[in-house]
Write a protein that binds this ligand. Structure first.
Ligand code: ADP
Ligand code: TZD
Ligand code: MG
Length: 587
């Protein structure tokens, strides 16, 4: 690509204009104002892909001491930014070029919004005068218009003196209320604009109290307590909003004080350790059906909870208490008897205090029934996790990884796939908050490598990424990124030769393989070796265990190709019921 039109700017930060006379004025420009505004707000990491018109923005940011991580595809940089936002409560930044780069980042921006993760997608854009007349500029697109429907808010900055305000608005919009994805459009011309350096510095805004606490109304708290008190079979459901809130101690105190069994949604696992006596994770179907009162904390009654009704929830009438920062979430699917609107940290603290000393635990009968169900299910699963079948099945392989996470609870588990996701979620216990990151609300494939990279970059923790072979393919090229930055990430590809299973055949009898099948016995470990990392081919639970433990001990980028029986999986994992059925032909 040719040198950027706007990048006649040299690497020198502040230049002196030639015709400024003896009392030369010091200038700054759009590039540096963006960087200064981000740094002023303690944002020090950028995930992106360089190119016109933002190549120099990345260079200058690196020169200014920011961590700028270049990816191989914007979607993966976007997923990294999204999860960075979730882990830090500060907006994760994804930086892209115009039209195609912007569009590549957009899936991740929409994913962030859907999952309530704070993120800012910053894209360079082409000349407004040409774009708006549709005269065919380089990478022409009305990006602001396109982004608007896919994010929480979208802004464009046209004047250098507005950069400070533009970034402040983007930050506040991302993290306040229900967090989400923000689009910030920076035209090439803006980046090259100059202004007086002192005036520029004065134009920057440090956002004060970006996500203000929102205390619940006392009558809402009382109503919630009344509903909980009258419950015979109460249940608490913790969602990823609760994990996001970083109110770990207060949430634990509320759950323990209440004595109520709780169910963690997938990314809320570890908020309390999965081995906690009140965890009803192993009795999920039972408690959803049998409970009479359910308190949701940062979890929505969307498809992941069968919308709060139907077969999953059984015949017993339910009362719902819901803690959420978004008032519109209440009654979204079923009636909520006691809405508690506020930030989770404040809400759980107030609720816990209001329970006072005289709070009675739920009826013993209920607790015993939940525990009995839990024990039966755990006993049923235990022997399956110890099996030494070759080729490995999902349980044999996951039994090994379960032990590794138990012994190394600070590891962040990243997980995507269908069977690989559903079985791992059930099998691998998580012991600490925000240590399980996965496909989120959409069940999107492709979050893997971006998520793994940001997880270790933001927290310093090692990462174990457990990936279906299909899932891995969506972001596999970022293995180079992992090697380039020498990140402590161990990827285990559950290689069952395809999507769900590797045994489908082409129903027409033609020479193409079936639509869900990949190259047989592929060696994903070689991809890691190509970039200088460690590749291991593991065919038994022992080999898998050894390889992952070595990777975790060394911190070297590692990819373990775990050979899984191609017959072991089921169609769509645990959500096969969502597949539409044809009346014409049965599979
Ligand atoms: P899960 O998929 O784990 O069930 P969801 O993503 O469906 O979780 O729900 C998360 C909920 O948490 C959203 O409704 C969101 O508004 C809410 N939320 C996020 N952050 C906070 C917070 N700090 N305080 C209160 N609610 C929050
Ligand atoms: N594309 C995107 C972006 N997200 C998706 N969820 C899908 C396609 C559809 N899909 C699933 O829902 S799971 C999956 C796809 C393609 C892959 C499952 O295969 P896998 O896992 O190899 O990752 P298992 O272990 O073989 O089931
Ligand atoms: Mg597979």
């Amino acid at each position: 690509m040719p040198v950027s039109k706007t990048a006649e700017n040299t690497l020198a930060k502040k230049s002196t204009s030639a015709n400024d006379g003896p009392e030369a004025r010091t200038l700054t420009d759009g590039f540096h104002l963006v960087i200064d505004a981000l740094k002023l707000n303690d944002i020090n990491t950028i995930y992106g892909v360089p190119g016109i018109p933002i190549t120099d923005l990345g260079r200058f940011a690196q020169a200014a001491g920011m961590r700028v991580l270049s990816f191989r595809h914007e979607q993966n940089a976007g997923y990294a930014a999204a999860i960075a936002g979730y882990l830090t409560k500060k907006p994760g930044i994804c930086l892209t070029v115009s039209a195609p780069g912007f569009l590549n980042g957009l899936t991740a921006l929409a994913h962030a919004t859907t999952n309530c993760f704070p993120m800012i997608l910053i894209s360079g854009s082409s000349e407004r005068e040409i774009v708006d007349l549709q005269q065919g500029d380089y990478e022409e697109m009305d990006q602001l218009a396109v982004a608007k429907t896919l994010c929480k808010a979208a802004y464009r900055v046209l004047r250098a003196e507005d950069i400070g305000i533009g970034i402040a608005r983007a930050i506040r919009a991302a993290v306040s209320g229900r967090p989400g994805g923000i689009y910030l459009d920076l035209p090439a011309k803006l980046l090259g604009q100059t202004m007086d350096a002192e005036a520029g510095a004065r134009s920057l805004v440090k956002v004060v109290d970006a996500a203000p606490r929102q205390l619940p109304a006392p009558e809402a708290v009382q109503r919630a307590l009344d509903v909980l008190k009258s419950a015979k079979r109460p249940l608490i459901i913790l969602g990823k909003g609760a994990a996001y809130a970083q109110a770990d101690e207060d949430i634990r105190a509320l759950v323990e004080k209440s004595g109520i069994p709780y169910l963690p949604m997938s990314m809320a696992k570890g908020l309390l350790p999965d081995t906690h006596p009140q965890s009803a994770g192993a009795a999920r179907s039972f408690v959803l059906k049998e409970s009479d009162t359910v308190m949701l904390i940062g979890a929505r009654l969307n498809w992941l909870l069968s919308h709060g009704k139907g077969e999953t929830w059984g015949d017993r009438p339910k009362k719902f208490v819901q803690i959420d920062i978004e008032p519109k979430e209440m009654d979204s699917n079923v009636e909520v008897a006691a809405p508690v609107v506020g930030d989770i940290g404040s809400c759980v603290k107030v609720l816990r205090d209001a329970m006072g000393d005289g709070w009675a635990p739920p009826p013993a009968e209920w607790l015993e029934a939940v525990n009995a169900k839990k024990q039966t299910n755990l006993e049923k699963m235990a022997p399956r996790l110890q099996n030494n079948n070759v080729p490995m099945d999902f349980h044999g392989a996951l039994g090994v990884l379960r032990t590794i996470i138990k012994e190394r609870p600070d590891t962040i588990l990243v997980n995507e796939g269908a069977n690989t996701l559903d079985f791992a979620r059930g099998v691998i216990d998580i012991y600490k908050p925000r240590k399980r990151l996965d496909v989120g609300t959409w069940g999107v494939m492709g979050i893997g490598m971006g998520t793994a990279i940001a997880a270790t970059v933001e927290t310093g923790s090692p990462v174990l990424a457990v990936e279906g072979d299909s899932a891995f393919g969506f972001s596999g090229m970022e293995i180079e990124t992992i090697c380039r930055y020498k990140l402590p990430i161990c990827v285990v590809v559950f290689n069952n030769n395809g999507i769900y299973r590797g045994t489908d055949v082409n129903p027409s009898g033609g020479s193409d393989v079936a639509t869900t099948v990949f190259v047989k016995d592929a060696r994903y470990d070689k991809i890691m070796e190509a970039f200088g990392g460690v590749g291991v081919h593991a065919t038994t639970p022992d080999e898998l265990s050894r390889a992952v433990n070595e990777a975790m001990d060394s911190g070297n980028p590692t990819l373990v190709n775990a050979v899984i029986d191609p017959k072991a999986g089921t169609e769509s994992g645990r959500i096969g019921n969502l597949n539409p059925q044809s009346v014409v032909a049965k599979k």
